[in-house]
Design a protein around this ligand. Structure first.
Ligand code: ADP
Ligand code: MN
Ligand code: MN
Ligand code: MN
Ligand code: MN
Length: 375
C-alpha cells in the first residue's frame, strides 16, 4: 500500500481555501464494468454549480479501461443524473455529478444512444416513472465492514486471530468494542454536507462493521443517493488508509453478515388503513417463483453472494423460502410493530445484500409489489 504518512492530508488542506478564479471542480461519478464506482474531474464555470443535472455537459470516458467497451470503439458517454456538494473540496461550490452510461449516437438526443449493458439505472427509472403516482419511499440501511489494507484483517481485529464473540459490539462504545468510529463519523458529516438524506449511523453486531441509513427518499432519488453515499464512504476510507468491504459475509463462521435492509412504503401504505396494501405486497412477494427472482436480484452474483449470508442464522431468514412477520428479524420481510399497531406504515425487506445494486433492488420491489396496480 502507498505510504499515506507522506501524503499528509493536512498539507492538502492548505490549498482547500484558495480561490478558483470563477471556476468549479465537477467530479463525474459512474458505475464501472464490475459494479465498482469510478470518477474523474473536469473544470466547469462557477454558475454551473447551481445547474440542474440535465443542463450539465455530457462527458465521456475510455470504456475499454473499465471493461465497458471494446478498445476499437471505446467511448462511453456520461449523462449527469444527480448533483451533490463535494465535501472533499469544500469552500468553492465544487460538485459531485452522479452519471449513468450510454453508447454514443450522433442522431440520438444530446448525442446519446442506448444505455450500455451495465447501466441498471435506465430500467429502474422506467419502472419508477410508471408507478410515480404511488409515491414510493425507500429507506436503505447500508452495512459495511472495515478492513486493514491487506483486505484480510477486519479493522481492529488481532492480526492472526479473532476478537471475543459477538455481543458487546452492536451500538457499542469503548476502545475494546468500537473499531473505526472515526470513519463512520467523518462519512456521516460528509453525507450531510453533500446533501445526502442520511438518517443515522450505528455500530454493528460484528466488530469492525458499521451501518448508516439513507432515506426516506422518493423513487429514483433513493438509489442515486445510496450510490453517492457509497462513493463518499470509499473516499473517506481512502483518507484513513482503511478498506471498506461490502461483501455480505466478509468473515465466515459465527459472525454476522452485512446487508442492505430496504424499507419500503407507498402513499397508500402510509395512509389510514395502509396495512391492507402492505399485506397485498406480502402476498405478491410470496407468489410462486418470486423468492428465487428476488434473491437473484439482491446481489451482483445472481444470489450466490447472499447464500453465504441468508443461512437462517445471524438475524436472517434462509434464502430458500419467503417469510414475513411482525417485529421478526428472522423473516425475509419484517413489518415494524408500530406499522401493525397503527395499521399503516412500511415494510422492511431484509434480504438485499450489502453489495446489492440499489437500482435493481428498488426497481424489483416496485415491479413485484406496485407495478401490477398500474397495468
Ligand atoms: P432498523 O430498525 O431495521 O435498524 P433503521 O432505523 O436502521 O431500521 O432504518 C430504517 C430506515 O427506514 C430509515 O432510513 C428510515 O428513514 C426509513 N423509513 C422510515 N419510515 C419509512 C417509510 N414510511 N417508508 C420507507 N422508509 C422509511
Ligand atoms: Mn487521458
Ligand atoms: Mn438499522
Ligand atoms: Mn443493521
Ligand atoms: Mn433493519
Amino acid at each position: 500500500m502507498p505510504p499515506y504518512t507522506k501524503c499528509d492530508l493536512s498539507i492538502q488542506a492548505r490549498f482547500a481555501e484558495l480561490p478558483q478564479g470563477g471556476k468549479i471542480m465537477a467530479e463525474y461519478i459512474w458505475v464501472g464494468g464490475n459494479g465498482e464506482l469510478r470518477c474523474k474531474t473536469r473544470t466547469l464555470e462557477a454558475k454551473d454549480a447551481k445547474a440542474a443535472p440535465a443542463d450539465l455537459p455530457i462527458w465521456n470516458f475510455d470504456g475499454s479501461s473499465t471493461e465497458q467497451a471494446p478498445g476499437d470503439d471505446s467511448e462511453v458517454l456520461l449523462k449527469p443524473c444527480a448533483v451533490y456538494k463535494d465535501p472533499f473540496r469544500p469552500g468553492s461550490d465544487n460538485i459531485l455529478v452522479l452519471c449513468d452510461c450510454y453508447k454514443p449516437d450522433p442522431d440520438g438526443p444530446r448525442g446519446l444512444g442506448e444505455p450500455i449493458p451495465t447501466n441498471t439505472r435506465a430500467e429502474c427509472e422506467k419502472i419508477m416513472t410508471k408507478i410515480k403516482a404511488a409515491e414510493p419511499w425507500f429507506g436503505i440501511e447500508q452495512e459495511y465492514t472495515l478492513f486493514e489494507p491487506d483486505k484480510k484483517t477486519p479493522y481492529g481485529w488481532p492480526k492472526n486471530g479473532e476478537p471475543g464473540p459477538q455481543g458487546p459490539y452492536y451500538c457499542s462504545i469503548g476502545t475494546e468494542n468500537a473499531f473505526g468510529r472515526a470513519v463512520c463519523e467523518a462519512h456521516y458529516k460528509a453525507c450531510l454536507y453533500a446533501g445526502i438524506n442520511i438518517s443515522g449511523i450505528n455500530g454493528e453486531v460484528m466488530p469492525g462493521q458499521w451501518e448508516y441509513q439513507v432515506g426516506p427518499c422518493t423513487g429514483i432519488e433513493s438509489p442515486d443517493q445510496l450510490l453517492a453515499s457509497r462513493y463518499l464512504l470509499i473516499r473517506v476510507c481512502e483518507q484513513y488508509g482503511v478498506v471498506v468491504s461490502f461483501d455480505p459475509k466478509p468473515i465466515p463462521g459465527d459472525w454476522n453478515g452485512a446487508g442492505c435492509h430496504t424499507n419500503v412504503s407507498t402513499k397508500e401504505m402510509r395512509a389510514e388503513g395502509g396495512y391492507e396494501a402492505i399485506k397485498k405486497a406480502m402476498e405478491r412477494l410470496g407468489a410462486p417463483g418470486k423468492q428465487e427472482e428476488h434473491i437473484q436480484a439482491y446481489d451482483p452474483s445472481g444470489g450466490l453472494d447472499n447464500q453465504r449470508r441468508l443461512t437462517g442464522a445471524h438475524e436472517t431468514a434462509s434464502y430458500k423460502e419467503f417469510s414475513w412477520g411482525v417485529a421478526n428479524r428472522g423473516c425475509s420481510v419484517r413489518i415494524p410493530r408500530m406499522t401493525e399497531k397503527e395499521k399503516k406504515g412500511y415494510f422492511e425487506d431484509r434480504r438485499p445484500a450489502s453489495n446489492m445494486d440499489p437500482y435493481i433492488v428498488t426497481g424489483k420491489i416496485m415491479e413485484t409489489t406496485v407495478l401490477p396496480d398500474f397495468q
